[in-house]
Ligand binder design. Structure first.
Ligand SMILES: *Cc1c(COP(=O)(O)O)cnc(C)c1O
Length: 392
């Protein structure tokens, strides 16, 4: 709701002037999230890392590093990005590392998290040689949500070491256990602290012995800490519980919570068709498949500024691509749309520019930053060369 208000004030000044499609990220909205996270760090001594796979707009890393403790990478490239632009702790997790990359990763990441004991056996020595920390991802085998594609605790999951496997290693290769400085788990997706609470109870029940022998635990991402209805007090109680029972440094590595509701994808109406059963197809210059793939993957219907329930003018917003299903959703407004109008999709900072693509030769959206005085800056524009250079 609040965002709608901010937009009404800014839309005339900013949205009418920018090229489309473009991602428009507001410093003030990012800061609002960062302040909540920074307060949590101060009050609990938990350390919060930016999960770069969600939001890697490094233009804002100098801002984010003022509030958070570091970054979490999914592999060498994100780790290098953090090394170059973010002054903080550099953590990395990958389901497997390549032997030709591990030296560089171990040199620039002071926390390297492995997904199996075999990976520890192969590579932990290189991490130790750099006097860096070795972590192991575990799978507590406790699902708290029903989106199979986002559930690392599914019966066939490849992510994290299960308790049984852990017990086997205690007997067969105890020397590997001695290499491990910290544990990591990531099981949540867009969830509140009740889901974390029950997962931590399972963690303690299963891994109590290991928790006594390590110095840190990373509770992963998926905590929607900056959403209005998130129960932060409950999160604080969970952190306290772990701190009271064990001598542990605690990390969280949310992605969404950091840039939640901090940006928009702005598109232009190109064409409006005759209505079919009262709803007109509208072609816009942005695409779900190319520019907001989670709309199709999750799937979900993103909020649009001006959309009202049962508005008189009903539209189905679709893209310029060939894909029949490249439709963002059905919306209704109290005024008719016209060619050239701007369509503003909300909450488009996260999992957008990190996932976009040029399918159909679609141009990538420009990246625009808006400062606290509502001055906007085109941080990056993309051209035909960017499309071409990835293809041969
Ligand atoms: C995706 C992911 C995160 C961030 O998750 P959000 O849902 O964006 O908070 C953190 N850690 C790991 C290991 C992840 O895979």
């Amino acid at each position: 709701m609040k965002i709608g208000l901010i937009l009404q004030m800014l839309s005339k000044e900013i949205f009418n002037f920018i090229p489309t499609p473009s991602y428009v990220i507001f410093e003030s909205l990012l800061k609002k999230n960062l302040q909540i996270l920074s307060t949590l760090q101060d009050e609990t001594s938990v350390k919060i890392l930016l999960a770069q796979k969600c939001f890697s707009m490094f233009y804002f890393y100098p801002l984010i590093e003022k509030y958070l403790s570091g970054t979490a990478a999914s592999g060498l490239f994100e780790a290098k990005l953090a090394k170059e632009f973010f002054h903080g702790e550099n953590h990395v997790f990958a389901p497997a590392y390549k032997s030709e990359e591990i030296e560089e990763i171990a040199a620039i990441c002071e926390h390297v998290i492995f997904n199996s004991f075999r990976q520890v056996e192969k590579f932990a020595g290189i991490v130790k040689k750099n006097s860096h920390q070795v972590g192991l991802r575990i799978n507590p085998e406790h699902s708290t949500q029903t989106h199979a594609i986002y559930d690392p605790c599914s019966p066939t999951s490849r992510l994290g070491v299960r308790f049984n496997e852990f017990e086997k290693i205690v007997e067969t290769q105890p020397e590997l256990l001695k290499m491990i400085d910290g544990l990591h788990m990531h099981t949540l997706c867009e969830q509140n602290s009740d889901a974390l609470d029950e997962t931590v109870d399972v963690l303690i029940k299963k891994f109590d012995r290991q928790l006594r022998n390590i110095s840190w635990i990373n509770l992963g991402g998926g905590h929607l800490i900056t959403k209005n209805d998130y129960d932060i007090d409950r999160l604080k109680r969970i952190i306290k519980k772990l701190q009271n029972n064990y001598d542990l440094k605690i990390y969280l590595e949310p992605g969404e919570a950091i840039a939640l509701n901090a940006g928009f994808l702005v598109a232009t109406v190109l064409e409006i068709h005759q209505p079919i059963n009262g709803i007109s197809n509208v072609i816009i210059d942005a695409s779900a498949a190319c520019h907001m793939p989670d709309v199709l993957e999750m799937p979900y219907r993103p909020a649009v500024v001006g959309d009202i329930p049962n508005g008189k003018f009903k539209y189905r917003l679709g893209s310029m691509t060939c894909l029949a299903g490249d439709v963002i959703g059905e919306y209704s407004f109290d005024k008719p749309l016209n060619e050239g109008d701007k369509i503003i999709f909300e909450d488009m900072a996260i999992y957008t520019m990190v996932k976009n693509n040029t399918f159909n030769g679609m141009p990538l959206p420009s990246i625009i930053a808006v400062d606290e005085n509502n001055n906007f800056k085109i941080v990056r524009e993309f051209s035909y060369e960017d499309f071409k250079n990835r293809l041969s």
